[in-house]
Structures are given as structure tokens and as C-alpha cells.
Ligand binder design. Structure first.
Ligand SMILES: [Zn+2]
Ligand SMILES: [Zn+2]
Length: 295
């Protein structure tokens, strides 16, 4: 019922990321489809790369419907600057094209910053960029907004903002759009899911009620920063300010069943050799912890 995985190290290619996930006993995975620090508005996924990835996913025993792509960080679809915005929405469409070529569930992205502009207009621009990408790439992967840690004027901190973005998607494409929640970002942006099991349920309820649907994935990260600190610093589960118990409470909620549950926590061996498919020791430890919490 719980599909745990991680954004594993991809040195050697995303097929190696899949192999390392399989070695760690994962049933979900997150990858980048191109270098995340660039717009990649020209980058495509070559058929050979997609085939190698598919083969590795089969060998790892991971269903591609439990795999998501994390989009480039630089795509600011909330930007009020026309040139930046145009580049961001083209980049978003390209992400969707690459995600579709990989045959995975969808991709998640950070909505970006409103800058000095009005957040209402910024949310509309984000939703319009999603609609543009969905129209350009009519099949078949999905786009998920990721909630953010809420630093500065970044968008996507509240369910109201996410709902305003999704409201811009035409009805015919709406089923291909959704959102996911990062637990570190929730905590950093002041959503208290840590004080009691009821608090954890209420945070999920609040997002589901305002947006009209449950999250399509979770990023399971502890937080180095305090509640409401707006700091996007991930920690190993149980080694940050969230602690272990809130993760147990979240995993008890049926809304965490059937969706990718992805660790983005520090890895012990990020400099692993290209051809080495050994599981990361930290990932192995986190997987054991998550399984014990869900039992
Ligand atoms: Zn993210
Ligand atoms: Zn983060």
C-alpha cells in the first residue's frame, strides 16, 4: 500500500538511479530528466536513454506509475517579467515532453517567485503555464505543483495558492494536473503537522478540502529549520526538528497509500562511481525506518 522511494543518486545516468533504488528495496523513485540548474528548453530524452531506464525499472521491480520527475529549479512560472516567463513556460512544456518520453507518472515543480508583483496574478501565470504545457504535450504524463518552504515571495505555500493555480487549467486537462506535499516545506512554511496525530490529519484535510483532492505524491523530509522558519533544508527523518512520530501519523492516513512517497534526504555516498549500483547506506536506513513506521 505504501510506495516508498527516494531521489537516488543518478551518477552514470537515471538507469543507475533506478538500479540503486532497486538495490535499496524501493518501490518508488524520483529522478531529474535533465540538469536541474538549467532551463533545458531544448533538451530531449533520446529513445536509447528511455529504453535503458525502462529496462532498469523492470529489473528494479519499480512500477513507472510510482516514479516522478523533479523539474528544473530555475523555471519561474510566477515571474512578472515577460521574457523570463516565456522561457519558464517553454521549459515546463519541455519537462512534460521528457517526462512523457520516460513513461512515468508525471513531474513536480516549484511554482517560483512572484517577485514584486501581486500574488493573485502570479498564481494565474503559474496555472496558465501548466495549461500551456498540457496543451502542447497532449499525452500522457501529469504535472504536479509542489508546496514550497515559503521564503521571500515564493508561491505555493498555502492550499489557497495551489487551488488558484489549478483553477486556471481547462476542464479537459484538469485530470492531468495536481499537487504534492513536501513535509520539510510544510513545516518550514508553518503548517503544524507535528504536535499531535490530529494536527497531522488536519493539515492533510485542509489541503484536500481547499484544493478538492488529496496530494498525488509526498516528499518525506525532516527539517533542519524550525516550524515557520521558511528554511528549505532537508534532514534525515528523525534527525531534524520534525522528529519520527509525525511521519508515523502521516503514514497512518489512507491518503498516503498508492502514491509515490519520496525521500529527498542527505545521502551518505553522493560521489558513488558511475557503474556502482550499490544502495546508499542512508537510503537503506531510511527505508527500514519508513517500513517500521508504516507497519
Ligand atoms: Zn522540490
Ligand atoms: Zn526542499
Amino acid at each position: 500500500m505504501h510506495f516508498f522511494g527516494a531521489h537516488t543518486v543518478a551518477t552514470g545516468g537515471i538507469h543507475m538511479a533506478a538500479a540503486r533504488a532497486g538495490a535499496a528495496g524501493m518501490h518508488a523513485l524520483q529522478v531529474f530528466s535533465a540538469m536541474p540548474q538549467f532551463y533545458n528548453d531544448k533538451a530531449t530524452v533520446k529513445p536509447e536513454k528511455a529504453a535503458r531506464f525502462t529496462e532498469a525499472m523492470v529489473a528494479a521491480g519499480i512500477d513507472k506509475q510510482h516514479c516522478i520527475v523533479h523539474a528544473a529549479y530555475v523555471l519561474n512560472t510566477a515571474s512578472p517579467e515577460p521574457e523570463k516567463y516565456e522561457r519558464a513556460r517553454l521549459g515546463l512544456a519541455k519537462e512534460l515532453e521528457r517526462t512523457t518520453a520516460l513513461g512515468v507518472l508525471g513531474f513536480c515543480f516549484h511554482p517560483g517567485s512572484a517577485g514584486s508583483s501581486d500574488p493573485v496574478g502570479a498564481a494565474e501565470r503559474v496555472g496558465d503555464a501548466m495549461a500551456f504545457a498540457l496543451d502542447r504535450v497532449p499525452e500522457s504524463a501529469r504535472i504536479f505543483i509542489e508546496n514550497t518552504a515559503g521564503a521571500g515571495r515564493t508561491m505555493g505555500r498555502t492550499p489557497e495558492e495551489i487551488a488558484a493555480m489549478l483553477a486556471r487549467i481547462p476542464a479537459g486537462a484538469r485530470a492531468r494536473a495536481g499537487y504534492g506535499l513536501d513535509t520539510c516545506h510544510l513545516f518550514a512554511s508553518g503548517h503544524d503537522f507535528v504536535s499531535s496525530p490530529e494536527a497531522a490529519r488536519q493539515v492533510l484535510d485542509h489541503f484536500a478540502e481547499v484544493i478538492g483532492e488529496p496530494p498525488s505524491f509526498l516528499h518525506l523530509n525532516d527539517s533542519e529549520g524550525e516550524l515557520g522558519s521558511n528554511k528549505d533544508r532537508h534532514a534525515l527523518i528523525g534527525e531534524g526538528k520534525v522528529g519520527v512520530d509525525p511521519f508515523r501519523w502521516l503514514l497512518r492516513d489512507p491518503r498516503t497509500h498508492g502514491i509515490p512517497l519520496i525521500l529527498e534526504t542527505p545521502q551518505a555516498n553522493p560521489d558513488i562511481a558511475e557503474g556502482d549500483a550499490t544502495a546508499d547506506p542512508n537510503d537503506v536506513r531510511m527505508m527500514a525506518l519508513l517500513r517500521s513506521l508504516a507497519a
